[in-house]
Design a protein around this ligand. Structure first.
Ligand code: SF4
Ligand code: SF4
Length: 390
């Protein structure tokens, strides 16, 4: 199938400068050595969606694909937002006199039978924000409406959402609330590794989350699960340094969490941002696509911010999860998020599901694995057989 004219052609393969190409070849050497010992490719997880995109975009994923299998993890906030939360968010959009303020990526994620985008076409007021603070302006200029900001994100986005709530309280903006579906990453990694049999040889950890929570927050990976991991950034050099650091750990059989991004992410993170977070949020149990309920993995607004908590204010009944109907029982995003399959194994990939008509969040989100593979991977290796997965 030809690439759509309005999307870029896939990346032709790693073709950066000579020095980087040499580095890639050194990484390939270590990878081959390990693969030879193990009798299979080295299996590494990109925990964060931004890493999935960066590695695919630079062509590194493809350039190393014969020795290293890179798989996506639970690190895209849109992708891991559970269908039940989505249904509730869409339900808010359907309420009278409510303006939903949201990041654009959520708009096209299919909920049960509809999406925020479809509701907007029917007349719902959906305001696209580039930062949470824009919801504050919307609440000021539409004082007779309730403005609800959809708080989706990880530790990196949470301080900005906390700042919005704190400011709304300070300014007594009682027509502004937040629906929190904010999540924290370490409990999801516990849930993932706690399942056992992941076959993973190592984890690539997000540099920016580590900038907030600190590299220390990931040390349990080595102590509790005996798996090596590396914290790294998103530039070409960061990616290559992170990969070679991780492969050296795997090769030496060392279970350690190593910080290859120490110039930015500190051992204990950013205590000031974390204080802002805990001033506004407290830990709660929350649902993740692919995992279900993970205890202590969500951030809920503290009682003192109840006036700005959409869940409390709107008193919305929980809708049942409609996973037996609609697209979501066919779409395999849940399996991709938990590392059980690759987008290329989904029979709908580029065969009914693409960025213009996405069936699931992993194809909608700019950090989603399916979208990254669609734009940057060589789709000739797709395992599409045109069958409906069981
Ligand atoms: S929010 Fe941050 S941690 Fe999560 S996928 Fe995006 S970049 Fe990665
Ligand atoms: S290719 Fe489409 S249908 Fe398949 S898992 Fe990805 S988003 Fe879902």
């Amino acid at each position: 199938m030809q690439a759509r004219a309005d999307y870029p052609e896939r990346h032709p393969g790693y073709s950066s400068n000579l020095a980087s190409a040499e580095y890639v070849s050194k990484i390939r050497d270590i990878g081959s050595r390990i693969a030879h010992k193990k009798g299979r490719r080295v299996k590494l997880m990109e925990v964060c969606g931004t890493h999935t995109v960066a590695l695919a975009r630079t062509g590194i994923t493809e350039a190393l694909s014969d020795v290293i299998e890179l798989i996506s993890g639970p690190g895209c906030p849109v992708c891991v937002t559970h269908q039940e939360d989505l249904n509730r968010m869409i339900g808010i959009g359907q309420m009278d006199d409510v303006i939903v303020a949201t990041f654009g990526d959520l708009l096209r994620v299919p909920g049960y039978r509809t999406s925020l985008e479809k509701e907007r076409a029917k007349g719902a007021f959906i305001h696209i924000c580039y930062s949470p603070m824009e919801a504050l302006e919307a609440a000021k200029s539409h004082s007779t409406a309730q403005v609800v900001f959809l708080g989706v994100g990880f530790e990196t986005t949470a301080p900005a959402i906390a700042a919005l709530v704190i400011q709304a309280k300070r300014e007594r903006l009682d027509n502004l609330s937040v629906y929190s579906a904010v999540k924290v990453l370490p409990p999801a990694l516990r849930a993932l590794l706690g399942r056992g049999n992941t076959g993973l040889d190592g984890l690539i950890l997000p540099g920016h989350v580590s900038t907030l929570i600190g590299k220390k927050a990931f040390d349990f990976l080595a102590w509790e699960y005996g798996i090596p991991s590396v914290v790294t950034g998103f530039g070409d050099v960061d990616l290559l340094l992170g990969l070679s650091t991780l492969l050296n750990l795997v090769n030496a059989g060392r279970s350690l969490t190593v910080n290859a991004y120490a110039h930015v992410a500190k051992e204990s993170g950013n205590p000031e941002a974390m204080r802002m977070l805990s001033r506004c949020f407290e830990e709660g149990d929350t649902l993740w696509r692919g995992f279900g309920l993970i205890p202590g993995s969500g951030l809920e607004l503290r009682a003192e911010y109840a006036a700005h908590d959409a869940k409390r204010r709107l008193g919305m009944p929980l809708q049942p999860v409609q996973s037996a109907e609609g697209h979501d029982h066919l779409c395999r995003c849940g399996d991709i998020i938990v590392g059980q399959m690759s987008p290329l194994d989904c029979s709908f990939f580029d065969n009914g599901c693409d960025p213009l008509s996405p069936m699931g969040p992993c194809m909608v989100s700019s950090e989603g694995a399916c979208s990254a593979y669609y734009h940057y991977r060589d789709r000739r290796h797709s395992h599409n057989r045109g069958e409906v997965p069981q």
